[in-house]
Design a protein around this ligand. Structure first.
Ligand code: GCO
Ligand code: MG
Length: 435
């Protein structure tokens, strides 16, 4: 739509689009799009509430980018809310398409998270209007619940083994195993230094360094131990978290192959995806990739060339359910399975969005679990239930999760000058490496 500059100053002149009557059967209209910040479990969560002209009708969406939450809040308040106020709640696809390109320079985690908050909330509203849980609108369930993988970690192989067993006793059949590397910082085992409250520090001081070589020597020993100790049944997973130089990651994949992992996650950083064809030639280890991708163009080559087996998509980072549904369908045609990102920095609203796709997507692979602590459940009544190593949806319309705003306000973001930003991870010589 070409709008003269003077006219562009008035939102009314842009809305509604020509085919949408100003009132009548086009249904409820968006009256407000509000970011709500809360940290019941110490993790900074951003959830969007979309309010409508129909009393009591609202939707919720996850917009959590925990390392840059206030940038997302600004994008919502200053740009997205004025852009969609007055629109009919029914036009999800058109709202997604027009909001996506309204910045001209598009995508990226800040804008996509803002868009996701709006998009998921509109799907939530659509489900409420239809009186159906979202998995019904998405075509109905193909399974009763979504199999979960839990995170087991430890300071040595025996401790990791004990923690895997603990999850097996609770009914889990899939467990991710991470081990601390003595003397070094590691992703996923120990009090994760990358997530500790940061303090600006001079080179190399204040925390343990990272060593790719020490890590790559230890991880095959962990999985050898686990296979011998635990037998063949248990499905084991591992997250490299992009920390290793590409050729060492290829070597690691080859060494891990005999232990039959369910998947090896993020062997390369997004910047190094050119290595996937080489990895594929050398190892049949199943690969999960993509939690750091923020643009559809990053997935397409890896899927169409059959270079990965699972997509690890952080749904709010790609803009919400609208793009995620298309991506899942694209994956189906190439035999790639879904493994939506589900750590603690996805709100229960986001976990519910994952779950409704898990239930209705034929090419579902596995769901990452996060056990919501009591305080998070207090803020988000209706959060999906974890039972027997699986995630279960309730039968409420829409996403099925609510937000108690008074409770949310009791848990403000932790007060810290960096407000969620990660401190650097460094090699022994002080060089910063990917987290
Ligand atoms: C995973 C992850 C996460 C991320 C975190 C970043 O669960 O696979 O890699 O733990 O590190 O979500 O904020
Ligand atoms: Mg990961």
């Amino acid at each position: 739509m070409s709008v003269p500059l003077a006219a562009a100053a008035s939102v009314e002149s842009l809305l509604p689009p020509p085919w949408e009557p100003a009132s009548g059967p086009s249904g409820p209209r968006i009256t407000a799009v509000r970011p709500i910040c809360t940290a019941p479990d110490g993790i900074r969560l951003v959830v969007v509430k979309v309010e409508t002209s129909e009393p009591g009708l609202y939707g919720l969406g996850c917009a959590t980018f925990t390392q840059r939450p206030m940038a997302v809040v600004t994008a919502i308040e200053e740009y997205l809310a004025p852009f969609v106020r007055g629109r009919s709640v029914h036009e999800i696809e058109d709202i997604y398409q027009s909001a996506y390109v309204s910045s001209y320079w598009r995508s990226g985690p800040v804008l996509n998270n803002a868009l996701s908050g709006l998009d998921m909330a509109l799907w939530d509203i659509k489900g409420k209007l239809a009186g159906m849980p979202l998995y019904q609108l998405f075509g109905g369930r193909c399974r009763t619940s979504a199999a979960l993988y839990a995170h087991a970690a430890g300071g040595d192989v025996v401790e990791v083994e004990e923690n895997v067993r603990r999850y097996q006793e609770q009914g889990y059949r899939h467990v991710r195993a991470q081990i601390a590397v003595p003397g070094y910082s590691t992703y996923g085992a120990q009090i994760a230094p990358t997530k500790a409250e940061p303090s600006p520090q001079p080179l190399g001081l204040g925390r343990e360094p990272w060593s790719a070589a020490a890590y790559c020597r230890l991880v095959p020993k962990l999985f050898e131990h686990l296979r011998v100790a635990l037998g063949d049944e248990i499905e084991l997973l591992h997250d490299v978290h992009e920390r290793v130089p590409p050729i060492q990651a290829i070597g690691l994949a080859k060494e891990l192959e005999p232990y039959r992992l369910f998947f090896l996650e993020d062997p390369f950083a997004p910047e190094d995806v050119g290595y996937f064809p080489l990895l594929r030639q050398q190892s049949a280890i199943p690969i999960a990739m993509g939690e750091l991708f923020v643009n559809q163009a990053e997935y397409v080559p890896l899927i169409k060339d059959r270079l990965i087996d699972f997509v690890r998509v952080h749904i709010s980072d790609i803009g919400g359910l609208t793009p995620a549904r298309k991506l899942a369908a694209f994956c189906e045609f190439f035999g790639v399975r879904t493994a939506w990102h589900g750590p603690g920095d996805v709100s229960p609203v986001g976990h519910a969005a994952n779950l409704h796709l898990d239930l209705s997507t034929p090419n579902f692979g596995i769901q990452e679990q996060h056990a919501f602590p009591e305080r998070t459940r207090e803020v988000f009544p209706g959060s999906p239930e974890l039972r027997d190593g699986a995630l279960w949806a309730n039968d409420r319309p829409g996403l099925g999760v609510d937000l108690d705003e008074e409770a949310a306000a009791r848990y403000p973001f932790p007060d810290h000058p960096l407000n969620g930003a990660w401190p650097p991870v460094r090699q022994i010589d002080g060089t910063v490496i990917r987290p």
